[in-house]
Write a protein that binds this ligand. Structure first.
Ligand code: CDP
Length: 229
């Protein structure tokens, strides 16, 4: 089997990973896998079912009985997220999901289910995958690993604008608190915590434009693939 090229992008909430990854996927014609969307879709379902977020056993049963798929048929920029066949693309970006997703993502049995699906997708496609544990756990063999970060204040500003564009008028302080709490849970959990992969290139996007970040990553990949592209 021809070896596939894998690009792993990790980093804290609101660092711009998914926006950058989508543009890169379009330019390189790779498949884009938004692993955060998978945890978000499950969290959305758990909220809908009114399950108790402290009842880990029920959450695991729910995860085992949930089908999550990413559909790129409308193009990577319009990736659709399905949960049990229902389009949840917009429904998983609400403040309610933001608040609870890291609680669900802490559960190691749930991570095992997600990681299995994510690895499978990487077997047959050139992919760009973004998340928290991609370079460390999901695709440790990835040829290219990037860690995108930015100052909390800047990430909060970006996320507040994103939410506003979707019609959620959240206070800056509330958005910043949510990012802070999520980062805390994500970096301190026992299983696959968010950390910088040893061999990752770190990009602080605080004062970079989207184009500059994309160009930086693209330059690295182009250089590495100059014989193959
Ligand atoms: O878009 P944003 O950076 O806010 O977050 P996301 O990538 O959609 O991920 C939402 C949450 O899912 C994160 O805060 C993590 O708790 C969890 N997650 C994870 O644990 N592992 C991943 N590979 C991706 C997301």
């Amino acid at each position: 089997m021809k070896e596939t090229i894998k690009i792993a992008i990790d980093g804290p909430a609101g660092a711009g990973k998914s926006t950058v990854a989508k543009i890169l996927a379009q330019k390189l014609e790779y498949i884009y896998i938004d692993t955060g969307a998978m945890y978000r879709a499950l969290t959305y379902k758990i909220i809908q079912l009114n399950l108790d977020f402290n009842d880990t056993a029920s959450l695991i049963i729910c995860a085992n009985n949930t089908s999550i798929t990413l559909d790129n048929s409308l193009g990577v920029a319009n990736q659709l997220v399905y949960c049990d066949g229902k389009d949840v693309t917009e429904l998983i970006r609400t403040p309610a999901v933001n608040k609870l997703v890291s609680v669900v993502a802490q559960i190691s049995e749930i991570r095992t289910i997600m990681v299995k699906i994510q690895r499978q997708l990487g077997l047959t496609n050139n992919i760009i995958m973004d998340g928290r544990d991609i370079g460390t756990v999901v695709l440790p063999e990835a040829k290219y690993k990037f860690f995108l970060t930015a100052a909390l204040e800047e990430r909060a500003k970006r996320r507040q604008k994103e939410l506003l564009d979707k019609g959620y008028n959240e206070q800056y302080k509330a958005v910043m608190n949510d990012l802070f709490n999520r980062d805390l849970l994500d970096t301190t959990r026992e299983t696959a915590p968010l950390k910088i992969p040893e061999d990752a290139i770190i990009i602080d996007t605080s004062s970079l434009t989207l184009t500059e970040v994309v160009e930086k990553i693209l330059a690295t990949v182009m250089e590495g693939e100059k014989d193959a592209l």
